[in-house]
Design a protein. Structure first.
Length: 104
């Protein structure tokens, strides 16, 4: 099955300091994507050139969030969500928290 694009969005935040990309594709069901959905939500620090936050889904983890700061090792948090819409809400809330902390 060819991937079918369901959602594709790009948002520029804090005057270009951050760029958020949201992509959801319907894919063939497989061991890696048993529900037939491949999602990737990433917040990139455009000024520093590195991902600040990533939410994606694949087995064996399901939906999970990667947090990474320049001075820390990567950290993976499993998300208790049932679909990509709930995972997107978690991503949005975390982006809002990061942006709020930048403004303070």
């Amino acid at each position: 099955m060819k991937a079918t694009l369901l959602i594709s969005r790009e948002l520029v935040l804090l005057g270009g300091k951050y760029v958020a990309n949201v992509t959801v594709n319907e894919v063939g069901k497989s061991k890696k994507f048993p529900d037939g959905i491949k999602a990737r939500f990433v917040l990139v620090n455009a000024e520093a050139g590195y991902p600040r936050l990533l939410v994606d889904n694949h087995q064996p983890y399901g939906f999970h969030m990667h947090t990474k700061l320049p001075h820390d090792k990567e950290h993976r948090v499993l998300l208790d969500v049932s679909d990509h819409n709930e995972a997107l809400e978690v991503f949005r809330a975390e982006v809002e928290r990061i942006i709020k902390n930048e403004k303070e």
